[in-house]
Design a protein around this ligand. Structure first.
Ligand SMILES: [Zn+2]
Ligand SMILES: [Zn+2]
Length: 264
């Protein structure tokens, strides 16, 4: 059984703590077979403060992860990734989007019309908007992200539910369009246990979406969105139970951007 945690941050983003080595040690302690770092890729000035690393810290980040990989060689594989904002990915130095040192890119949507809808400081904005329109705009962005085809994993698929704001209309048509594009490109969806630590108290994505992922032949992988070492592998038994219950017997792993599915 392989358990990988591909969504792990570092203090460079400004809102995580603990040295990378401590995250890796925790992964080993909880029995994971692989860990991958995917810290927030730099956003433009004015948006990135306390959220992402600086552009000039990118090489430092890569060197830091390569060092911790070398230090743990033979104990656990350590992968190098980035969590890249969509549609702001074009503000990240293009060289890094194609950099062969990088094992995978997680594409995530954290902004709808420039509003950081998952940031606790902006939560009041949900009350000023039509929640269904927020959901529609969010999934429209995911359709574009999926069609872009440059990401290996989609992060926290239904993040828009984070604070417990529920859609009143059905958004499955849009969700199906996202999944069709993902299946076509072989892009994986992250089963993220981070939602269990948030007001919504649920894994991302919800069970009905996980069932649809299996039906539509979309690969899945696992992520905790750890911002502290002890969050690595958080509640992965529940994530495994969810995807096995939907029918999955394999999860995706990535090495130098090549996907290989391994038994779970
Ligand atoms: Zn973060
Ligand atoms: Zn994220």
């Amino acid at each position: 059984m392989a358990l990988v945690d591909y969504h792990v941050h570092t203090p460079l983003c400004g809102h995580a703590h603990g040295e990378p080595a401590a995250y890796v040690e925790h992964a080993i302690a909880v029995g994971l077979s692989e860990i991958g770092f995917s810290d927030h890729a730099p956003l433009p000035a004015g948006m990135r403060e306390g959220i992402t690393m600086l552009p000039e810290e990118t090489e430092r980040y890569i060197a830091m992860i390569e060092r911790v990989r070398d230090e743990h060689r033979g104990r656990i594989p350590v992968r190098l990734g980035f969590e890249v904002d969509y549609p702001l990915h074009d503000t990240f130095d293009r060289r890094y989007l194609d950099d062969p040192r990088i094992d995978y890119l997680i594409g995530s949507c954290h902004f709808v019309d420039g509003w950081a809808f998952d940031h606790p400081d902006g939560v009041a904005e949900y009350n000023r908007r039509d929640v269904d329109e927020v959901y529609a705009a969010y999934y429209d962005t995911l359709i574009e992200l999926a069609n872009e085809g440059r990401f290996h994993i989609v992060g926290h698929f239904d993040l828009v539910k984070k604070f417990g704001h529920r859609a009143t209309r059905d958004h499955h048509d849009r969700i199906r369009r996202v999944l069709m594009a993902l299946a076509r490109c072989g892009t994986a969806v992250e089963i993220s246990t981070a939602g269990l630590r948030k007001p919504v108290g649920e894994i991302y994505p919800a069970p009905d979406i996980v069932a649809l992922l299996f039906e539509m032949n979309v690969p899945v992988t696992l992520g905790s969105d750890a911002h502290a070492p002890e969050e690595v592998g958080y509640e992965f038994a529940r994530a495994r139970e969810l995807i096995r219950g939907a029918g999955y017997r394999r999860i995706a792993r990535f090495e130098k951007r090549v996907r290989r599915d391994v038994p779970i």
